[in-house]
Design a protein around this ligand. Structure first.
Ligand code: GRF
Length: 209
């Protein structure tokens, strides 16, 4: 097992992706140490998951900050105090300021519940169903200032069935999120994955999606 990479995980909600990271780490499948879990929502269930796993947690609610930039500065300070080499956005539902994103360029990844570039933004499952898509899925990507537009690291596809509810589709996608997100974190932690000149590289080769 290579040396463990320190990471910080940002959440806003239920934290099933966080749980997948915790579980993979506990099983020895992911060479990372989760230095802290940070939530912008004080009632995020993911905070309980983190505490159960003995992880340090912080909450940084957006209210009280003047604007996105001010919030970004405070968040950056909190993250940098943990000295992570990777910042993992695991369902963190805030738009981040450009200076914040630039600060972590190539060191911050996100999971998005659609097959990007299709369905950027919110309500992806409902939009996939309404559009009559036969396939949906999820995407792991490096974070750049433009929302949901960063270089793609990996995707997983699932079928959309005629009678799918958004909850059913979301559950099917979420299962795959857990797999490809932990896989991508593992690639980064073992220095197989990097952002180079706007391209995601795996083992030195452009990831073609
Ligand atoms: C996931 O679908 C993620 O892709 C999206 O928010 C959801 C978070 O789920 N951005 P969880 O908090 O990891 O359970």
């Amino acid at each position: 097992m290579p040396p463990k990479m320190p990471i910080v995980v940002l959440i806003s909600g239920g934290g099933t992706n966080l749980q997948a990271i915790i579980d993979a780490t506990a099983k020895g499948e992911l060479p990372v140490t989760i230095e802290a879990v940070i939530s912008d929502k004080v009632d995020a269930y993911g905070l309980e998951r983190a505490q159960k796993a003995g992880l340090r947690t912080f909450t940084l609610p957006y209210s009280g900050f003047e604007n996105r930039e001010a919030y970004g500065r405070a968040l950056q300070q909190l993250i940098d105090e943990q000295n992570p080499q990777l910042v993992v956005l695991a369902g963190f539902m805030r738009i981040l300021s450009a200076p914040f994103v630039e600060h972590y360029l190539g060191k911050m990844i996100n999971i998005h519940p659609s097959l990007l570039p299709r369905h950027k933004g919110l309500n992806t499952h409902q939009r996939a169903i309404e559009a009559g898509d036969s396939e949906a899925g999820c995407t792991v990507h490096f974070v750049v200032p433009e929302i949901d537009a960063g270089p793609i690291i990996s995707q997983a596809r699932v079928p959309v069935y005629d009678d799918d509810s958004t909850d059913e589709l979301a559950a099917r996608v979420l299962e795959r999120e857990h797999q490809i997100f932990t896989q991508a974190i593992g690639w980064f932690a073992t220095a197989r994955l990097q952002l180079n000149d706007g391209h995601a590289l795996l083992d030195g080769k452009n990831i073609a999606i």
